[in-house]
Design a protein around this ligand. Structure first.
Ligand SMILES: Cc1ncc(COP(=O)(O)O)c(C=O)c1O
Length: 317
């Protein structure tokens, strides 16, 4: 994937941001690529490179099948990345055929075939990934006898290797290992990848963006194990910053995102980065960090998804 994206993102030092009252660094993975942004670039890199390697000496192409919501950053990134590799793709989308979004329009423009899954089938896909076999159009399967399933959010164990690369980049750029790394947590794969890169050093603070997220401890452990890493424990999962649940926005969060957008050139949205920066401010205000601690926030991108909400956003620099 490096051939169509910058492969490193800048780490910006923000010394005097009045919303925080403490200097922070922001790893701007949102700048990695306009379509394959943020942690999507990191998470798709190794699974898709492996697939490219596997198929390069054959005359076949795998049908890449995955799942997501109508504003899914993962579907958006996968549609673009698979199209670049000439792989056909199919997105199983939570909802019904009347639903539309700019994200889905972009996915279709890249050639991704969109099929809708109702709540029951979507839940079944989460619980049993093989369920896609009962859902994807049999004509499509016949046309593409090789299929490759990418889990929701691109959270394949191999995704961790790409996320782990963030740590080497950070150390190269900063010349020190940050004391704390703050990141959004949806499936837990990005957090697990950071742990893999840190190899037991420092600590990661995961901000769960969904409700009742304690089960993510198990997911993080599973992903680390399946990707061949030790069961690193140097992290904290904070489960009280979901603002009502996945995609939900409290008035406080909305106000915070507005202030942030007025005071900063860094674009944020309300589903992931807004919740992370909100949590960071609360943590700083409550004395969670010691004054000497150097804290890096990973901006995991996802700005395209904000086209579905009403917060005015800054255009990425
Ligand atoms: C922009 C953005 N940030 C963070 C996350 C959460 O990452 P993970 O699912 O790896 O925990 C996602 C979803 O994958 C996302 O789209």
């Amino acid at each position: 994937m490096d051939r169509y994206a910058i492969s490193k993102s800048p780490c910006q030092f923000v010394e005097n941001f009045s919303l925080f009252g403490m200097p922070i660094w922001i790893k701007r993975d949102d700048l990695l690529h306009p379509f394959v942004s943020g942690n999507k670039y990191r998470k798709l890199k190794f699974p898709l490179l492996a697939l490219e390697e596997e198929y390069k000496k054959t005359d076949r192409l795998p049908l890449v099948i995955t799942m997501g919501g109508i504003w899914s950053n993962h579907l958006h990134a996968t549609a673009y990345a698979t199209a670049k590799l000439s792989f056909p793709s199919c997105g199983l989308v939570r909802g019904h055929t009347a639903m539309q979004s700019l994200t889905l329009a972009d996915c279709r423009a890249q050639g991704m075939l969109i099929q809708f899954a109702d709540r029951i089938n979507y839940r079944a896909l989460r619980e049993n990934p093989w369920h896609w076999q009962t859902m994807v159009d049999p004509g499509l399967i016949k046309q593409h006898p090789d299929q490759y399933w990418l889990p929701e959010g691109g959270s394949d164990p191999a995704a961790l290797h790409g996320v782990a690369e963030i740590i080497g980049e950070l150390i190269d750029e900063l010349k020190f290992i940050p004391d704390a790394i703050v990141v959004a947590c949806g499936t837990g794969a990005t957090l697990a990848g950071l742990l893999a890169g840190l190899k037991g050093c420092s600590r990661v603070i995961g901000i769960a963006v969904l409700k009742n997220a304690d089960y993510l401890h198990g997911e993080i452990a599973r992903l680390l194990q399946q990707a061949g890493y030790p069961a690193y424990q140097n992290y904290q999962l904070l489960t009280n910053f979901h603002h009502g649940g996945y995609g939900k926005v409290s008035p406080e969060l909305s106000q915070f995102c507005r202030e942030f957008s007025e005071q900063s050139v860094v674009p944020i949205e309300q589903v992931y980065s807004g919740k992370v920066f909100f949590a960071l401010r609360k943590l700083i205000q409550s004395g969670y960090f010691q004054s000497h601690e150097r804290c890096v926030v990973i901006h995991t991108g996802g700005i395209q998804g904000a086209r579905g909400n009403k917060i005015p956003l800054k255009t990425p620099e």
